[in-house]
Design a protein around this ligand. Structure first.
Ligand SMILES: Nc1nc2c(c(=O)[nH]1)N[C@H]1C(S)=C(S)[C@@H](COP(=O)(O)O)O[C@H]1N2
Ligand SMILES: [Mo]
Length: 314
């Protein structure tokens, strides 16, 4: 894995949360939502449960595009447990109880364990600014906070039988209105091949924009693989299993011909119902740009797929 050696962050590079609160943007948002007090200060209700995080800076391939506005990345979401339209999760996800929260990690491992969210938050965190690409042909640039998934694997010591990793999201009808209808086969299941999961870019994500995740973005813990379509990135994870067989994912159950297991971003393989050659980098709904193979992360990940037919294994 030596070709993936990222620079080691110095502790002097700890990024203050203010960097992503981006004063001007923040003030603008607050003015739109809140009231200006007589003192000139802006009063607004902070999103509940969101806390600042400590992390070291940037260990991802550099991007030319600037991060998407936080306001957009937290209000235009896919999270079917809270409804199928893009605005639903931001409206509905406050009912999800993200504390206490544990993740059961098991399967083909020497040391199965239950990890509390506090234990994960106490680990060394870093920020990764990743391009994200939804299968629906829109993209965003998001500053995530978390750690390489391989650190979690190291905790439980996968055995030689571990060929894939299966992620299971929470499915709580009382807290998640979408789970009361059968839009998908709940719980939401996703998976990665072992070498994909262990790739340094694969990110166990606890925060974004310098703070803990908003519920609509998958609080309190989700996975992020930036070279794959967004649906691979299971939100609000409660179980991680190291398994022998390729997991049957929720989207494969919904439509095996439309949503493959690999789901690598690939301009040459169209979705059966639309082209993947172009995408719209939000907030621009009009200017389309060429889709990049592996979402621009080919230098890092293409070697995982040497000799594989990526049209058959879409
Ligand atoms: N549990 C769960 N995880 C999910 C989804 C979902 O509906 N349920 N939607 C996926 C899709 S299609 C996308 S594009 C991303 C969106 O993540 P974001 O809202 O943080 O941008 O989450 C993915 N993870
Ligand atoms: Mo998506």
């Amino acid at each position: 894995m030596s070709r993936y050696s990222f620079p080691t962050p110095k502790s002097s590079e700890i990024t203050p949360r203010d960097v992503y609160l981006n004063r001007r943007h923040f003030m603008g948002g607050a003015l739109a939502m809140g009231a200006v007090l007589a003192t000139g200060e802006v009063a607004f209700a902070a999103p509940s449960g969101i806390e600042p995080l400590k992390f070291s800076a940037g260990l991802a391939p550099a991007l030319t595009d600037k991060p998407t506005a936080r306001e957009l990345a937290t209000t235009y979401n896919n999270y079917y447990e809270f409804g199928t339209s893009k605005a639903d999760p931001a409206h509905n996800a406050s009912t999800l109880k993200v504390r206490p929260w544990t993740v059961e990690i098991g399967g083909a491992v020497a040391k199965p364990r239950t990890v509390g969210i506090e234990d994960l938050l106490a680990m060394e965190l870093e920020e990764r600014i990743y391009r994200m690409r939804c299968v629906e042909a829109w993209s965003m640039v998001i500053p995530w906070v978390g750690m390489s998934f391989s650190k979690i694997a190291a905790l439980v010591e996968p055995t030689a039988k571990a060929k894939y990793v299966k992620f299971t999201s929470a499915a709580r009808p009382e807290e998640m209105p979408g789970v009361r209808s059968r839009v998908l086969d709940w719980p939401y299941i996703e998976g990665l091949r072992m070498d994909e999961a262990m790739h340094p870019l694969t990110f166990l994500t606890l925060g974004m924009y310098g703070e803990t995740l908003p519920n609509q973005n998958g609080a309190p813990v989700r996975i992020v693989t930036p070279w794959k379509y967004g649906f691979k990135n299971a939100k609000s994870i409660v179980r991680i299993d190291f398994v022998e067989e390729q997991p049957q994912t929720a989207w494969m159950t919904a439509g095996a011909s439309e949503y493959g297991f690999y789901a690598n971003v690939n301009p040459d393989v169209d979705h059966p119902r639309w082209s993947q050659k172009h995408e719209r980098l939000l907030p621009s709904f009009f200017a389309s740009r060429a889709t990049e193979k592996f979402n621009g992360y080919g230098a890092e990940v293409a070697s995982l797929y040497t000799g594989m037919d990526l049209a058959a294994n879409f």
